[in-house]
Design a protein around this ligand. Structure first.
Ligand SMILES: [Cu+2]
Length: 148
């Protein structure tokens, strides 16, 4: 009687042990999902509303960030990620592909600032407002400067 019971208890324990091993094996594929779901939160935390803060990078033919926030009286730093000539001036490319080189009231004069490597600053922007800056070399290369 006792030895039969022990065998039954023993086999139940073996089944439980095998079951728990299977459960652990099944739980593992779930843990990478938990870590991958935390990755988007860290990337979204990097940007503040989609606009850069103070510094804008430039690729071979565009601004990497198309808007930048600065404080009143501050400057915008433009950084070359690729050594390509950009010529920065007041205005914007319109949707038809034309340069509209108007300067908003309160905007500093950005007169064809040439940059082909390293970094440069534009400004200062003494008045709060929204200002448009374009690169005359690359169609559609627009930057919005938000001065707060
Ligand atoms: Cu450019």
């Amino acid at each position: 009687m006792n030895s039969k019971r022990l065998r039954i208890v023993g086999s139940v324990l073996v089944i439980l042990a095998a079951g728990s091993i299977l459960l652990l094996a099944c739980a593992r594929p779930g843990s990478p999902q938990a870590s991958s779901s935390s990755t988007p939160t860290s990337t979204s935390g990097g940007g503040s509303g989609g606009c850069a803060s103070g510094t804008v990078h430039m690729s071979g033919n565009n601004f990497v960030q198309n808007c930048v926030n600065i404080a009143k009286g501050g400057k915008v730093t433009l950084v070359e990620d690729v050594p390509v000539l950009h010529i920065i001036t007041n205005g914007k490319w319109d949707s038809s592909g034309n340069q509209v080189t108007t300067k908003e009231p309160g905007a500093p004069t950005i007169g064809n600032v040439n940059i082909s490597s390293g970094q440069t600053e534009i400004g200062p922007f003494p008045t709060a407002g929204t200002y448009r800056v374009l690169c005359t070399v690359h169609p559609g290369m627009n930057l919005t400067v938000n001065v707060k």
